[in-house]
Design a binder for this molecule. Structure first.
Ligand SMILES: [Zn+2]
Length: 237
């Protein structure tokens, strides 16, 4: 059963009420959620479900289910599980998620400083990386830092835009990431627009204003193969 993905419209929701739809060995499904499931390189959320009886069910990870827009909330093993039909209060580990949002949005900005096809990426709470199909000699940590931070300094508001599958097909230049094709099948595709900087399909969670990123530093640049030159970054604070 599809879950209403509340984080798509408001990535800043820290808590919400939801009803349990199903519980099995794979995880817990809800009618609506603020938990982002692992995808597009961004780690799944952690947090807890609070039952009416006061019990707390810690959630260790969040993954996509088999069907489109289904979400599995994976409880810490051996914890008591709620029952279908119950209403629970959702709480995400907000500090962790906010770090992910800041780093994720930082990668969008950095992908406009390093102009090359993106072959991979990953966002964890402490650091994030993009892999590029580019010559090593074109990657200069100091320049990437300086130019990315200059763009962050513009402090522009981010926007979510939806287009149809057909509109995306007509504009293949929007897809920078070779390894992750935007999700299709729902008839529409979500884009993140950072006015004057970036526009690309993305289902992840982003900050409202890129100034919230603060700034980034390049941790390392290394070769992970001919078409994977990896640039790893962290937040300055
Ligand atoms: Zn994104």
């Amino acid at each position: 059963m599809a879950t209403e993905l509340l984080f798509r419209d408001d990535a800043y929701l820290k808590t919400a009420r939801a009803r349990i739809l199903a519980v099995d060995e794979r995880g817990i499904e809800l009618d609506r959620t603020i938990f982002y499931p692992l995808g597009g390189g961004q780690a799944g959320d952690t947090g807890a479900l609070l039952r009416a009886n006061g019990e707390r069910v810690p959630i260790a990870d969040t993954r996509k289910g088999d069907a489109i827009d289904t979400v599995l909330h994976i409880p810490v093993p051996a914890m008591q599980r709620p029952e279908p039909g119950e209403t629970v209060t959702l709480e995400i580990d907000w500090e962790r998620r906010y770090q992910l949002m800041r780093l994720h949005t930082a990668l969008h900005v950095m992908s406009c400083v390093v102009v090359a096809p993106v072959t991979g990426g990953n966002i964890s709470p402490e650091k994030a990386r993009l892999d590029f199909d580019i010559d090593m000699s074109l990657l200069d940590a100091e320049r990437i830092e300086r130019e990315t931070n200059a763009l962050i300094g513009r402090g522009v508001e981010t926007e979510t835009v939806w287009i149809t599958d057909e509109e995306l097909d007509a504009r293949p230049e929007l897809v920078k990431t070779m390894s992750v094709q935007p999700p299709r099948g729902a008839g529409r595709v979500r884009l993140l627009r950072i006015p004057g900087i970036d526009l690309q399909p993305c289902g992840g969670t982003h900050v409202k204003n890129i100034a919230e990123i603060g700034g980034i530093r390049v941790l390392k640049i290394r070769s992970e193969g001919r078409r994977n030159r990896r640039v790893e970054i962290a937040l300055v604070s």
